[in-house]
Design a protein. Structure first.
Length: 74
């Protein structure tokens, strides 16, 4: 499964968050964007639980992330 993780960062932290996300094996791509979100990451997991675990255990703890929205795709 794939998911788009829409990420809001603290002011001035987008580059640091992007660098940290690129270190995660499950992250397929990361882009800094404009609009209501600051970063969009495309992630992969074997199933919905794996994606949920990735977001809560590995993405949320990254310093500078304020909020995320995960959009699952098939």
């Amino acid at each position: 499964m794939k998911a788009f993780v829409l990420i809001e960062t603290a002011m001035g932290k987008s580059k640091e968050v992007t660098t940290a996300l690129k270190q995660l094996a499950e992250v397929e791509s990361v882009n800094i964007v404009t609009g209501p979100y600051d970063v969009i990451a495309i992630v992969e997991g074997a199933n919905l639980n794996d994606i949920g675990d990735l977001v809560t255990a590995k993405i949320h703890p990254i310093a500078g992330i304020s909020r995320t929205v995960t959009c699952i795709t098939k």
